[in-house]
Design a binder for this molecule. Structure first.
Ligand SMILES: Cc1cc2nc3c(=O)[nH]c(=O)nc-3n(C[C@H](O)[C@H](O)[C@H](O)COP(=O)(O)OP(=O)(O)OC[C@H]3O[C@@H](n4cnc5c(N)ncnc54)[C@H](O)[C@@H]3O)c2cc1C
Length: 322
């Protein structure tokens, strides 16, 4: 019985969350004394495929159908079902994303498997199969027991750390049997909102709130974002007032982000804003009010005026990164 891990790509690049999922799967593999098979659908450089061994995959199955080059929920679920059956896998691990949640739901029906999303820890297999998952936008955790033979685990971003202690994986190509029924909805074109780093995928986000006073002051946010190769975000009132476009609005009613680093500038830290950022690995808060609630959720805080701090921070980063 192998453990199958779905490897999601973005524009041909393997997503960091997929590497987390492989490392996560490898930890279950050690517990259950079994191997990890990674499955990548679509095109990817062959060296990227073999390198998945570093993260714990023993074998990579490359589903290389021409009609699966662009992500397709129904067809991906069918392809994963076929690979699961071929490999006789009982545990399927997926990194959480807007693609994998609906894929996991469909795969669950096809395989008669239990699906648990937002998983944050490696399962406890001492007495049954219990996993911990984040609920209420990360404010609480639930422990759930899975009783079905086939189990699908969708891993929360940043919940598992990437381990690079493996070797090279063998690569096997597989042509999935995809029916017309699977391809009834086909994505033809993607138009990105802008040319910069996309917010939901960003590794670093620099985000501004009402403390920035007006749209004319966003240059200091953009300058820092440019230096760090980061995406820019904002609080809801900022986008409501049209200081920034709506696709930058972060929070419960906006975009949910899971970067390695979230820098919040002049944002108070209301619960609705925190709901969108609490999967971030490291949170840095810059606020002139030492009592701002955001500091309670911060890993690092700077109390002071954003208009003085940000240009200095930007210069320091520029020097450090050159
Ligand atoms: C149903 C509902 C859904 C919501 N959804 C969201 C959501 O998805 N996302 C979201 O963001 N909000 C959301 N909100 C709004 C949320 O409750 C807050 O009102 C909002 O997040 C506050 O935005 P802010 O922090 O930019 O502004 P403020 O609360 O006004 O905070 C501004 C901060 O800037 C600091 N500041 C001022 N000047 C400076 C300076 N010179 N240097 C440094 N710091 C400075 C202040 O100390 C203050 O902490 C929602 C509200 C409701 C009711």
């Amino acid at each position: 019985m192998a453990i199958l891990v779905f490897v999601e790509t973005s524009e041909g690049h393997i997503k960091k969350s997929s590497l987390e999922a492989i490392s996560y799967g490898a930890q279950i593999g050690v517990k259950l004394n079994t191997t990890i098979v990674a499955v990548l659908i679509g095109s990817s450089p062959s060296e990227d495929l073999t390198s998945l061994g570093k993260y714990g995959a023993t074998k990579v199955i490359h589903v290389n159908n021409n009609n699966l080059q662009i992500a397709n929920i129904q067809a991906y679920a069918s392809a994963l079902q076929q690979v699961t059956e071929k490999e006789q896998a009982d545990i399927i691990v997926l990194p959480k994303s807007s693609l994998t949640d609906p894929v996991a739901a469909r795969l669950g029906i096809k395989l008669k498997a239990a699906v648990v999303s937002n998983v944050t820890e490696v399962p406890d297999t001492t007495n049954g199969f219990k996993v911990k998952r984040a609920i209420y936008t990360g404010k609480a955790f639930a422990e759930v027991e899975i009783k079905s033979t086939k189990k699908i685990l969708v891993i929360k971003k940043n919940a598992a750390s990437i381990k690079e202690d493996g070797g090279m994986a063998s690569v096997e190509t597989f042509s999935a049997n995809v029916s017309d029924h699977d391809l009834q909805v086909v994505q033809k074109e993607v138009n990105k909102a802008t040319g910069q780093v996309l917010l939901p995928e960003a590794e670093i986000v620099v985000s501004g709130g009402r403390g920035l006073k007006g749209p004319e002051n966003w240059g200091i946010i953009e300058d820092l974002a440019k230096t760090l190769g980061a995406a820019t975000g904002c609080s809801k009132p900022v986008s409501d007032m049209d200081w920034r476009p709506h696709h930058e609005h972060v929070g419960q009613t906006g975009v949910k982000v899971s970067p390695n680093l979230y820098i919040a500038v002049g944002i108070s830290g209301a619960i609705q804003h925190l709901a969108g950022v609490n999967s971030s690995k490291v949170i840095v808060v810059i606020n002139k009010d030492a009592e701002a609630p955001f500091f309670k959720a911060a890993d690092y805080g700077i109390v002071g005026d954003a208009f003085e701090i940000l240009p200095k921070l930007n210069e320091a980063f520029k020097k450090a990164l050159n």
